[in-house]
Design a protein around this ligand. Structure first.
Ligand code: MN
Length: 369
């Protein structure tokens, strides 16, 4: 098991690579889409009309860009575990079923092939129309640390999505008078199926894993559009569409825990056994849909030590990264939050690996007596 840190585009700097190493991490997950365009990502919530930001000027990442990212990470003594998220501009019509779908599919195949050649092993993606939407920010974590909450009773899930938005970003200007986007559950799964059937063989050949993030928030629908993976079992459905090691999961523990149902441990074990976990978002949460708050990694409903023991027992060799950690009150709020999460994760991993599977066995034998 390895530990990494996710870095936003503007944070892919030598200083942050050093910070990553100092915290005991060996891997980087890089965001190349610039969601925030100069706004502080720790306070930006976007707005309903314009989303998180504007990606309409984004152009397909080239082999040279991908290769130079890999080299800059490697020259800092780290490894690139994945690039997280495509720019919505690249695949807007793949998501929306629009007229540019075929051309965008060709571009996406080129991107995957170039990524493989450049040494990018994995892309995290989130097949979603509305994307991350409906959060509130506030002092919801321990010690009034700022984090994110979702309360379905405080948002209107039918708030229309304005034309030219997808994945909560603006990919083009709105056309006057255009009808708001609406997508049914069946249409959404059909689009995902067509996407995976075309792209996974290319990814397999390129040696790249596509890793699907579940819905955040895992509501039934948001902004007039169905949600895809809003139950753990829907991850199985996604994996079954194309049975390939390149059809993987960006396993977000927080999102999984937010879903209706019970504990997540059996699901984590099953996904690890299928050997399809691309990488893991290691975050914690209190509550479930329709109402939950994101917490520090050690104060939520998930027993994170148990998750790490399960991953160890299933010989998971991939990367864990923190995921939207609450900010801490100091001059470097984001870094302090990440350092706290990384230290906690490293202790869990070291402890689990030092004790070995016999420890779990002894524990279950003791419980049986
Ligand atoms: Mn996540």
């Amino acid at each position: 098991m390895k530990i990494g840190l996710g870095l936003y585009r503007d944070s892919l700097t030598p200083d942050n690579f050093q910070f990553t190493k100092q915290a005991g991490a060996t891997h980087v997950v890089a965001h190349m889409t610039n969601y925030f365009r100069g706004k502080d990502p720790s306070i930006s919530s976007g707005d309903d009309a314009e989303g998180w930001g504007d990606c309409s000027q984004d152009t397909l990442w080239t082999y040279e860009e991908l290769s130079s990212l890999v080299q800059s990470v490697n020259s800092a003594g780290l490894e690139l575990a994945a690039i997280e998220n495509f720019s919505p501009r690249f695949w807007s019509d793949i998501l929306l079923g629009g007229p540019d779908r075929a051309a965008q599919m060709e571009n996406m195949k080129r991107l995957i092939r170039d990524a493989g050649r450049a040494g990018v092993p994995c892309f995290g993606y989130n097949f979603s129309m509305a994307g991350v939407w409906g959060w509130q920010r506030g002092p919801f974590a321990r010690g009034d640390a700022h984090s994110v909450a979702f309360d379905l009773s405080k948002v209107d899930p039918n708030t229309p999505m304005s034309d030219g938005l997808v994945w909560n970003m603006r990919y083009r200007a709105a056309k006057p008078g255009a009808a708001p986007v609406s997508v049914s559950n069946d249409e959404l799964w059909q689009r995902l199926t067509a996407f995976l059937q075309e792209i996974i063989p290319v990814a397999e050949e390129a040696g790249v894993v596509l890793a699907a993030h579940p819905d955040d928030p895992p509501a039934e629908q948001l902004r007039g559009t169905a949600r895809l993976v809003n139950r753990p079992e829907k991850y199985d459905r996604l994996m079954d569409i194309v049975d390939s090691p390149s059809n993987g999961l960006e396993l977000c523990l927080g999102s999984l825990q937010e879903m209706p149902g019970g504990e997540i441990y059996d699901h984590v074990r099953r996904f690890a056994r299928r050997n399809r976990i691309g990488y893991i978002h290691f975050r914690n949460v209190k509550g479930k849909i329709p109402k939950y708050v994101e917490t520090f990694v050690d104060e939520g409903d998930i027993d994170m030590a148990e998750v790490v023991r399960i991953l160890r027992d299933e010989s998971f060799g991939g990367v864990l990264i923190p995921d939207h950690t609450p900010g801490m009150t100091c001059a470097a709020s984001w870094h302090a939050g990440m350092a706290y999460a990384l230290g906690y994760m490293r202790a869990l991993v070291q402890n689990a690996e030092a004790l070995g599977p016999s420890w779990s066995l002894a524990k279950s034998l003791a419980a049986a007596e």
